[in-house]
Write a protein that binds this ligand. Sequence first.
Ligand code: MRU
Length: 403
Amino acid sequence: MPKVKKSLAPKRAASARVSVKRPLREKISVNKVSRSAAQTGLNEMLRGVDWRGQLYDGQVVLLDQTQLPQKVVYRNVSDIESLRSAIISLVVRGAPAIGIASAYGIVLYLVPFAVKAKKATALEKPFKHAFERLVSSRPTAVNLRWALERMRDCFERHTTDLTAIELCARLLMEAKRIHREDAELCARIAENGMALLPVGGGVLTHCNTGALATGGVGTAIGCILYAHQAGKQIAVFADETRPLLQGARLTALELQRAGVPVTLICDNMAAHLMQRGRIQAVMVGADRITANGDAANKIGTYGLAVLAKHHGLPFYVAAPYSTFDLSLKDGMDIEIEERHADEVRAPQGTVFAPADVQVANPAFDVTPANLITAIITERGIIHRPNAKSVAKLMANGHSSPAI
Ligand code: MRU
């Protein structure tokens, strides 16, 4: 039975509605974000995914994002098909978060086999099955495949030196490490990205890139949060993000709870606000970044990049190394998830289109690298990204040693 809490009152209510453009020359003092201030911000965040229990009785706990902001419902998931459905139906969503949830999902699936088997090699077939079921749940965000491949590497390293149950324990350690590391990646991205945000300016963001979508403070939202904590006095415009309203339901909620001034807009209002000088920068996340710097993100992101270019505004993408897919030359090779027509015909269950009208519902689009001012990663910032600069950054390598 899912637990239901009553309501989700934001930490600061009406005072969070600041949308006035502040002249850029006005002096605002910017504080250094101390580690503890950053931690405090994180502690107040909602956690989208968690592991509860030990190895034998473990469960994946998901905060059901389809019910936010009206209800806080946690779902305890203990089998892989329920987890797969939760990912498909966006109970858990956001590129890093679905990677983390899937890593835990591998453990969920393997433990019952390990209880009956002695040798770890007996888990090879079940592992393959779990990998295939999870990797096929959502096609665009590469973090999902990245996390599963990391679990596979760990699995393959230990099939001969550990027993079946020891291997499961090692895999749980690896899944927790992926989770913990994502929190660290988010914090480093936020530290790098906050400097780019304009003091006293309006920042437009799209979809949801916060704690709900990651294992930490978020990517684009992380940068925004750190900039806010540093006293930069930014005013955020959150696109509602049709058709599933991640911006309205999740980003508005997360920013309100963190006390960041946020103004919700319909997606089609961005051009007008840019024209009137209310927006000084656009910052979004990404689901997959190809070798040349093209970035797939929530549908509508590409349009914002075109608008930003037209209005001479910087367009920033914030993402960890796990979002890069160097196997693809450019963004045209990215598989774009096509979702159910009813999400467009009947958003949130309210029908307002003819029942049989034809619908297109691509969940993501691709922003070409030449429209991106900079990609912010935990390893640093790639200004004017291209194949050379992406390759250079990614060659820096991942610091965490294999276990
Ligand atoms: O369909 P969703 O809600 O999973 O899409 C999420 C996004 O597009 C996010 O912007 C992206 O995953 C980056 S999250 C840090």
